[in-house]
Each structure stands twice: as structure tokens, then as C-alpha cells.
Design a protein around this ligand. Structure first.
Ligand SMILES: NC(=O)c1ccc[n+]([C@@H]2O[C@H](COP(=O)([O-])OP(=O)(O)OC[C@H]3O[C@@H](n4cnc5c(N)ncnc54)[C@H](OP(=O)(O)O)[C@@H]3O)[C@@H](O)[C@H]2O)c1
Length: 329
């Protein structure tokens, strides 16, 4: 008897998780949907059944679940994930709360596997997930020396409130999710600022890239930018490799690797685009060029749906990975 719960089932990511569980035919006997008191009582239709969303409480978290997909923000996860864990559940958490903690696995199934010292597994930052997948074959084949990221992140990365700021900003409404209008604007600011001038989002990309790729000495830098795009993040990477490479060899590497999809025909205006990535599971790469300003360095452009591979899909893939390690799926 497998008991599965989604905490934050009424959110943007939670709803994508439900769709993905259905598409991937994740096996379960009982499914419980949690939200805050605000949405408790809402009805959700799923696989021909009506589910009533329940308020997440300490007593509810002590019920014995096998698997919990947490998608309800950092402070909710900080409080409830250990309660679910203590009661025996494997918790896959979408927030940044646990990602860098000792003993917590930070997982992208195409790249690494959980050790399960703790039963809380962290789902990485959205831009980091789509970036480490193409970085992995480069690391395996050439070794990595340095990665410099610039991101172009969609408003759905800020949940329901981010989408509302873009939509309502077009009608002149003042922003609520962001410190400045996102409509007709570009914000070089995601999450709060740290003392050194970087943002937390940038620091997450730096730290999480090293942890997932198991490369403590990798030089990484990041500039994270919010753009007025509904869905799908775009990331530019300038990647310095250990061993000599060529543009053609990197294109061939990506072409033959089923973890990414190469679209690199600039003469025909063909390259990865946010609008083509939305509602797709794949990570798209292209615009492979030499960065002549540094030795053995290459530009890579990468797009992916932040709500799918950047959040819900990666979480469900971790669930599949754990189920398969336990012989369930
Ligand atoms: N959006 C993305 O691209 C993205 C990517 C990676 C990770 N994430 C992470 O995923 C999580 C969810 O993000 P989202 O974009 O789906 O946000 P969202 O649309 O604002 O949804 C938040 C969800 O959390 C629930 N929630 C809030 N406080 C709660 C509490 N105290 N107890 C139980 N449930 C509570 C909300 O329930 P109510 O309906 O009752 O408010 C709602 O279901 C966050 O941790 C976020 O950082 C998001």
C-alpha cells in the first residue's frame, strides 16, 4: 500500500506535479493533497476522482506516508519536512531550504543518484537543473574548469504572484511580487541581495552546480535576471573545459546524448527558444560557439520549462528514481 502526498498541491508547481504523476503513470494506492488553510476544502479532479484538498497540519504530517512531494515554500518545508521524515516518509522538497544541508541529497536524475542518508531529498534551483544536465556530458568528456552563467528567467518562476505582476502590469497595476514593474522591463535581481552584492539566486546556482556535479573546485559565477516571459527559463553559459574541444565535437556530443536536444542551425534561424520549450520535458541547447576571449571556452544557450524540468518533472523523476532504487517502479 503506497501512500503519496503533495504538499502545495494548489500552487503552480503542485498542479504540474499532478499532471506529471498522471503522465508518468506513477503507481500509488492513496493520494493526499495538502495546501495552507487558504485553499483547504478546494476540490481537485484527478484521474476520474474528486480530491478534497486538506490543510497541512502537524497531525497530518505524522500520518504515515511513503512519499511526499513538498512544494509549499522554504519555511513550510523547514517545519513540516522533518515531521514527515520522522513518521517514515521520503520527502522530495522543491524549496531551497535543505539543498545545501549536510547529508541531504541534491538530485537531478540524469546527473546523480541519492545516497539517502537522510530521507529528505532536495530538488535543485530551476535554472541550475536545466544547466547541469548539458554540463554533465561536457564534464564526463572534457572536464570542467569554469562556468559563467547569465539567466533570463520567466515570471512563473515566482509562482502565481509573478504571473499576476506581468499580466496586470500591462494594465498599469503596481507590482506585488517584484520591487519594480516586470512588464516591459528586465530586472537584474532575483531573490534577496547578499552582502557581497550577489543575489541568493546567483549564490544558489554557484553552490548547487558544485554540489550536483560533485566538483568543489569548479569555478562558477552567475548573473540572474528576470524577464517579461510567462514560462521557460533561458540560460547562457560560457564554459571553460579542461581538455581541448571543438564546436563540432561539442555539437556531436549533444546530438548523441539523449539527456539534451540540440537545435543549432543559426543560418535557418533555428536555436532554442523559451516559447518552444514551454510544456515540454526536454532541455534544449544550441548557439554553440567558441568564446574567443578565453582559452578552450565555449558558449552554450539553453532553454527549458521551469515548471516542468525546473520543478515538477524533476521532482517526479526523483520519485521514480527512488521507487526504482527500492524496486517499486
Ligand atoms: N515556480 C517555479 O518555477 C519553481 C521552480 C522551482 C522551485 N519552486 C519552489 O516550489 C515551491 C512552490 O512554488 P510555486 O511556484 O508552485 O508557488 P505558488 O504557486 O505560490 O504555490 C504555493 C503552494 O504552497 C502552498 N502553501 C503555502 N503555505 C503553505 C503552508 N503553510 N502549508 C501548506 N501549504 C502551503 C500554497 O497553498 P495555498 O493555495 O493554500 O496558498 C500553494 O499550494 C516553492 O518552494 C518554490 O520556491 C518553484
Amino acid at each position: 500500500m503506497t501512500r503519496l502526498a503533495i504538499a502545495g498541491a494548489t500552487g503552480l508547481v503542485g498542479r504540474k506535479m499532478l499532471e506529471t504523476i498522471d503522465r508518468k503513470e506513477i503507481p500509488f494506492d492513496e493520494l493526499v493533497l495538502f495546501s495552507s488553510a487558504r485553499s483547504a476544502g478546494q476540490q481537485v479532479e484527478f484521474q476520474g476522482q474528486t480530491y478534497i484538498v486538506r490543510e497541512l497540519t502537524e497531525d497530518a504530517a505524522k500520518e504515515s506516508f511513503d512519499y511526499v512531494l513538498m512544494s509549499a515554500g522554504g519555511s513550510t518545508s523547514e517545519h513540516y519536512s522533518p515531521i514527515f521524515e520522522e513518521a517514515g516518509a521520503i520527502v522530495i522538497d522543491n524549496s531551497s531550504q535543505w539543498r545545501m544541508a549536510e547529508g541531504i541529497d541534491l538530485i537531478v536524475p540524469e546527473v546523480n543518484e541519492p545516497k539517502l542518508d537522510r530521507k529528505i531529498i532536495a530538488n535543485p534551483n530551476c535554472s541550475t537543473i536545466q544547466s547541469v544536465v548539458p554540463l554533465k556530458p561536457l564534464q564526463e568528456t572534457y572536464g570542467l574548469k569554469r562556468v559563467a552563467y547569465t539567466t533570463y528567467q520567466a515570471v512563473s518562476g515566482s509562482g502565481v504572484k509573478g504571473k499576476a505582476d506581468l499580466a496586470e502590469g500591462a494594465n498599469g497595476k503596481a507590482p506585488e511580487a517584484y520591487p519594480h514593474p516586470i512588464y516591459n522591463n528586465v530586472l537584474p535581481h532575483i531573490d534577496s541581495f547578499l552582502e557581497d552584492g550577489y543575489t541568493k539566486e546567483e549564490q544558489k546556482m554557484i553552490d548547487e552546480t558544485r554540489k550536483i556535479l560533485n566538483a568543489d573546485d569548479l569555478k562558477v559565477t552567475a548573473t540572474c535576471v528576470r524577464v517579461p516571459v510567462q514560462d521557460s527559463h533561458s540560460v547562457h553559459m560560457s564554459v571553460t573545459l579542461e581538455k581541448e574541444a571543438t564546436v563540432e565535437a561539442i555539437q556531436a556530443l549533444f546530438e548523441n546524448d539523449d539527456r539534451v536536444v540540440l537545435i543549432d542551425n543559426p543560418q535557418n534561424n533555428e536555436y532554442p527558444l523559451a516559447i518552444h520549450s514551454t510544456n515540454k520535458d526536454e532541455i534544449f541547447v544550441g548557439r554553440i560557439r567558441r568564446d574567443d576571449s578565453l582559452d578552450n571556452t565555449f558558449h552554450v544557450w539553453c532553454t527549458s520549462d521551469n515548471l516542468l524540468k525546473g520543478a515538477a518533472l524533476n521532482a517526479v523523476q526523483i520519485l521514480e528514481q527512488v521507487m526504482s532504487l527500492k524496486g517499486v517502479k
